[in-house]
Design a protein around this ligand. Structure first.
Ligand code: SF4
Ligand code: SF4
Ligand code: SF4
Length: 316
C-alpha cells in the first residue's frame, strides 16, 4: 500500500467525510476502471511470481476444479440450487473461491466456460485499499488475507476491479473470502487444488513469466483458435498473475475492460479529485460561517444598542 493511498483514506476518515468520500471514490473508480486505458505505467512482476493460465478452448466445464477448491480450502459446498444433491455455485461467494460460469458472445452466438477466482493483481487494489494491511501481496506475489488485522470494513470488496473478495455475512466472526492460490499446498511443494485436478489442463499453474510465454506460444501456433492476439492479464489492470486465453471476447466472460493502469493509481487519482473538489464545498462552508458570525455580531450590537437606549430612557 502506498503512503499516499493510506493517507488519503485516513484523511477521509479524519475529515468525517469517510462514507461520502469512499462512496464518491468508489463510484468514480468504477467509472474510471470502466473506461479503458489510462496512461500505462505497469508494475514489474516479482521474479518469483507464480500464477495460473486458463484457456477457454480447453475447458469442458466439468467443475472438478470447483469441488477440489472447496475441498482443499475447507469450504462448505454450495448445494442449495440442487436441493442439497451436488455443488452448484452460481458465482463467487463466501463459500466459493473458484467458480465456473458460462458466457455467450451475442454477436456470434458462441458460448464459453470461464473460470473465475482472484486474479492476484501485480498491484492489487484490495491490498492498497485495506487500511489495516489485512490483505497483502506476499511471497511469490500471492495476495492473501490476515484475519487478525481485518476489521470487516469491506473496502477491499468495493475497490477490487474484478469483484472478487466476499464477506461472510452469516458468521459471528466474519472473514473475507477469496482465492489465495492455495499457498498452504504450495508450501508443501504442491500446486493449487484446481490445477492439480483439471483433466484437460485448461488451467495450469506455474511461474507467471513461463505462463505468459506459453500463452503467447499457443496464440502463435494456432492464431485462429483465439478471438484475439492478446493474453488477458498481461497488462490489464496493470497486469495480473492469473492469465486468460479465450476464443470469445474477454468481456463476454465477465472479464472487465479495465485498461492498463493499476486500479490503486486510478484510486489515488480519484482521491486527488475528491480532495480537489472538496475544496469548493469547504470554501462555501467557510463563507457561510463568516456570514453567520457577522450576522450574529450585528445582531448582538443591535441588541446592545437597544439595551443601552432602554437604560438611558429609564434614567431620564
Ligand atoms: S482480483 Fe481483486 S481481490 Fe484479487 S488481488 Fe486483484 S484486487 Fe485483490
Ligand atoms: S488456487 Fe486454490 S483457492 Fe484458488 S481457485 Fe485454485 S483451488 Fe481454489
Ligand atoms: S477442472 Fe478444468 S476443465 Fe474442468 S471446469 Fe475446471 S478448468 Fe474447466
Amino acid at each position: 500500500m502506498t503512503a499516499l493511498d493510506r493517507r488519503a483514506f485516513l484523511t477521509g476518515l479524519a475529515g468525517g467525510a469517510c462514507a461520502a468520500t469512499v462512496a464518491a471514490g468508489a463510484a468514480a473508480v468504477g467509472a474510471a476502471v470502466a473506461a479503458p486505458a489510462l496512461a500505462a505505467d505497469l508494475p514489474t512482476p516479482r521474479p518469483d511470481a507464480v500464477g495460473m493460465l486458463y484457456d477457454t478452448t480447453r475447458c469442458v466445464g466439468c467443475k472438478a476444479c470447483v469441488t477440489e477448491c472447496a475441498k482443499v480450502n475447507g469450504l462448505e459446498p454450495e448445494t442449495g440450487r440442487s436441493g442439497g444433491l451436488w455443488q452448484m455455485p452460481e458465482d463467487l461467494s463466501a463459500r466459493t473461491k473458484n467458480v465456473i460460469k458460462l458466457g455467450k458472445d451475442e454477436a456470434t452466438g458462441k458460448t464459453s466456460f470461464v473460470k473465475r477466482q482472484c486474479m492476484h493483481c501485480l498491484d492489487p487494489a484490495c491490498a492498497t485499499g485495506c487500511p489495516f494491511h489485512a490483505l497483502t501481496k506476499g511471497e511469490k506475489g500471492i495476495v492473501s488475507w490476515d484475519g487478525s488485522r481485518c476489521i470487516g470494513c469491506r473496502y477491499c470488496e468495493v475497490v477490487c476491479p474484478f469483484n472478487v473478495p466476499k464477506f461472510e455475512w452469516d458468521r459471528f466472526n466474519p472473514k473475507i473470502v477469496k482465492c489465495e492460490l492455495c499457498f498452504h499446498l504450495l508450501a508443501e511443494g504442491g500446486q493449487p487444488g484446481c490445477t492439480r485436478v483439471c483433466p484437460t489442463e485448461a488451467v495450469v499453474f506455474g511461474r507467471r513469466e513461463d505462463l505468459l510465454a506459453e500463452a503467447k506460444e499457443r496464440i502463435r501456433a494456432a492464431p485462429h483458435t483465439y478471438h484475439e492476439d492478446r493474453v488477458y492479464g498481461e497488462r490489464d489492470a496493470g497486469g495480473t498473475q492469473v492469465l486468460y486465453l479465450s476464443h470469445v471476447p474477454f468481456e463476454t466472460l465477465g472479464l472487465p475492460l479495465v485498461g492498463e493502469t493499476p486500479v490503486p493509481k486510478v484510486a489515488a487519482h480519484v482521491h486527488g479529485l475528491v480532495a480537489k473538489f472538496m475544496v469548493l464545498p469547504a470554501a462555501a462552508y467557510v463563507l457561510m460561517l463568516r456570514f453567520v458570525r457577522r450576522h450574529w455580531k450585528e445582531h448582538d450590537e443591535e441588541a446592545r444598542r437597544l439595551e443601552l437606549e432602554q437604560g438611558l430612557k429609564e434614567q431620564l
